[in-house]
Ligand binder design. Sequence first.
Ligand code: LLP
Length: 425
Amino acid sequence: MTTPLLPGHPFVAYHNQQLHIENVAVQALAQTHGTPLFVYSKASMLHALAAYQRGFAGRNALICYGMKANSSLAVIQVFARAGCGFDIVSGGELERVLAAGAVPEKIIFSGVGKTRAEMRRALQVGIACFNVESEAELQVLSEVALSVGTTAPVSIRVNPNVDPKTHPYISTGLKGNKFGIAHERTVPVYLHAASLPGLKVVGIDCHIGSQITTVEPYLDAMDRVLDLVQAVEAAGVPIHHIDFGGGLGINYAGDTPPAADDLWKQLLAKLDARGYGGKQLMIEPGRSLVGNAGICVSEVLYLKPGEQKNFCIVDAAMNDLPRPAMYQAHHGIVPVVPREGAATTYQVVGPVCESGDWIGHDRDLHLQQGDFVAVLSAGAYCMSMASNYNTRGRAAELLVDGHSAQLIRQRETVADQMRHELLLK
Ligand code: LLP
């Protein structure tokens, strides 16, 4: 019998009372590769991508994977081979996507703090577009482009002042945020950009936040962006593409985000109704492509009953799974091989020396020391945000494809961690 853990998501499921990713039993992977261990389903990633591809069927659209969600080379390769472009936010991310086979014409560069060196390298490889976030950045980018004898293709990120109704740390399209150019400043800033000799204006860009689970903020933002397209074009600056950012949420704990194709059906209807359906579209989804494709497998080190609370201490921690500590985020936690019998309510915590090092509060689980648990929805913003706090090495990663699992990142050793440090003379 097969029981999927997330509705409509068959890639992580119990099969014969054992957790599987696609057709591979997780227990055997943990025994072979050790824990903590990230395991990803390639089919899940392609399934998530397919929803966007259906949504954009027949349109001139480019899906640029927001690779900060999971920047492991093999994950980038999956999306590059599927024809995706990439949204990058640093020179490091640029080198990663190039190393994984991305074509420069499908790379767009976002972020509020691009350095001159990063701009120069991106211009030299010939990326598709810079999403510029301030007037000062426009000036610098124009200078750098002239210095390398080229012109930089630019979009300006506008801040539509829409509340995405998500956690404040991952909300980016409100007035008080550091991102984008204020709605009211848009036309003068476009006119300035069009007058700079090193720049070529090609598009408009917005990204209102992350883990968005309703359609309304997107529809509002689309209206506001289209108002700006109209105003900018009326002022004499043509806009070739509209980049609508990322942000679509996933199901962590009974969340019900719209499906990507349903969301885009509604957004495209609005674009068509307002006469902009023929423009090239770009999007930058991250979490919604990889979040539910991954789990983090961890071993139960100790069960520690307490007077007020019972603790389940596992070998994954906030350095591997930073989202609970940073955003009070919920991730499902399930046994890899469930046991018969009554559950106990546990605080699932890691070994790091901080009370903030928790992975799940008040989880009903029936576990014994040495069991493996899987932390669900760990494909996005876990490994890419992992750290070495407490001198803990980063976990290993596997990519499952059908019946086989491939190691895509070796476990980091202590020697790896100390490699760039120098002892005093
Ligand atoms: N484009 C831009 C300009 C972004 O800043 C982001 C994410 C994305 C695209 C992709 O957004 P997504 O589709 O993944 O929501 N660490 C946080 C999430 C931070 C999101 C940062 N920007 C978390 O773990 O929830």
